[in-house]
Design a protein around this ligand. Structure first.
Ligand code: C5P
Length: 394
């Protein structure tokens, strides 16, 4: 059973979609999870405590200040659960969580909760589109909460639009992914590259790109947390508990990567490496007074992954990334072959919600046999763990 031994807290808020949560609880229990439910006072208008108690086979938690235990329930429940899923998540509860308000057991609990939290919003389409709800959802996403996007269609209030709670199957997939994140990387040596290279033009200017380095750093953090010996080669200025080598240019990155690769088990090239660099770097700052136009001659940078493929041993694993705005799968497969990779992680950059500079991402992990796994939009740190797990558990 896929959720055996997992302790899941289900939060129910006051919305008509609460009737679907009964089915979600049934699915979770069938998959082996132990489920405890927390209801807001208004959730009781939509489903009864008896229904939820019978389905979860546990008492239902509603009161904020019961007299049962010495320890406050919002702390003991938070400590003893692996995951918190709030479905449906009303606009009201979303607003309170995003603003740190703890005025009932559910909102207090989620504020004290340190493990993954999944929210499945459900509301009228005009409420969903409201500036305030969208602002609160964006703040929650940024803070690492997983949002299962609501679907569009006919709504219980009689409207047509986006706001219907996602199907229970979809929510169940999010639960499964969030709970099976931990890859085992003990004893593995991993090099990860991150950030966009900077190719100097003169002492003050460079050619750069929009890569923030967040995905590569999330991978390095996740690999380190999972027990790997990590070496991060990056253009971003950061201090970490693992080894960080700061580089600027593609040539510096190539040298550092080749050097570290010899002793590594896995290389993950997330960096956005400039394809070209200025042929010459001016020794002094180029002055605009000297000319009305400026022509820079660029020369091609080496492809780091191509260079690595020349020294790669069969037992080493090499992973590339590719950002595409069209024909994601075909372009990714082409790169996988050309660069002799074991895996490629493909990123659809046409979606502004994910990718560059965002804390969220949605990717497809493709292996040499063209087997592809899609990861739904989730915080980059969760995507990082799933990618690592996909690579080592294959
Ligand atoms: O060919 P393209 O730049 O789209 O491929 C992206 C992948 O190749 C990424 O993994 C990136 O880090 C790597 N790359 C490289 N050397 C370059 C350019 C990209 O290793 N010069």
């Amino acid at each position: 059973m896929v959720l055996s031994g997992k302790k899941i807290l289900v939060g129910i808020t006051g919305g008509i979609a609460a009737y679907k949560t009964c089915e979600l609880i049934r699915l979770l229990i069938k998959a082996g999870a132990e489920v405890k439910a927390v209801m807001t006072p208004s959730a009781k208008e939509f489903v009864t405590e008896t229904t939820i108690r019978t389905l979860t086979r546990n008492q239902v938690y509603i009161e904020q200040f019961p007299v049962r235990n010495w320890q406050p329930e919002h702390i003991s429940l938070a400590d003893s659960s692996d995951l918190f899923i709030i479905a449906p998540a009303s606009a009201n509860t979303i607003g309170k969580i995003a603003n740190g308000i703890c005025d009932n057991l559910l909102t207090s609990l989620v504020t004290a909760f340190k493990k993954p939290v999944i929210l499945a919003p459900a509301m009228n389409c005009n409420m969903w589109e409201s500036h305030f709800v969208q602002k609160n959802v964006a703040a929650l996403k940024k803070a690492g909460f997983c949002i299962v996007p609501p679907e569009s269609g006919e709504l219980a209030c009689g409207y047509e639009g986006t706001g219907r709670m996602a199907s229970v199957d979809k929510i169940f997939n999010f639960v499964e992914e969030a709970l099976h994140l931990e890859p085992n990387l003990k004893g593995k040596k991993i090099i990860i590259t991150a950030g966009g290279t900077k190719e100097p033009i003169d002492p003050v200017r460079f050619i750069g790109n929009r890569s923030s380095g967040k995905m590569g750093i999330a991978l390095a953090d996740a690999a380190f947390e999972s027990g790997a010996e990590v070496s991060l080669i990056t253009t971003v200025d950061i201090n970490k508990a693992y080894k960080v080598t700061k580089v600027d240019t593609a040539l510096e990155m190539l040298e550092a990567t080749k050097k570290g690769f010899v002793e590594s088990d896995i290389l993950i090239m997330v960096a956005a490496v400039a394809d070209y660099r200025p042929k010459t770097v001016a020794e002094q700052k180029i002055k605009k007074e000297n000319s009305d136009s400026l022509t820079l001659e660029l020369v091609k940078n080496p492809d780091i992954l191509m260079e690595i493929s020349k020294i790669k041993k069969p037992e080493q694993t090499v992973v590339g990334f590719c950002a595409e705005s069209e024909n994601l799968f075909d372009n990714a497969l082409k790169k996988l072959k050309e660069k002799n990779l074991d895996y490629i992680v493909a990123n659809d950059i046409s979606d502004p919600e994910i990718g560059f500079n965002s804390d969220y991402n949605a990717v497809t992990l493709i292996d040499k046999n063209k087997e592809a796994v899609d990861f739904v939009p989730m915080p980059k740190k969760n995507i990082a763990k799933l990618i690592l797990k996909g690579i080592v558990d294959d």
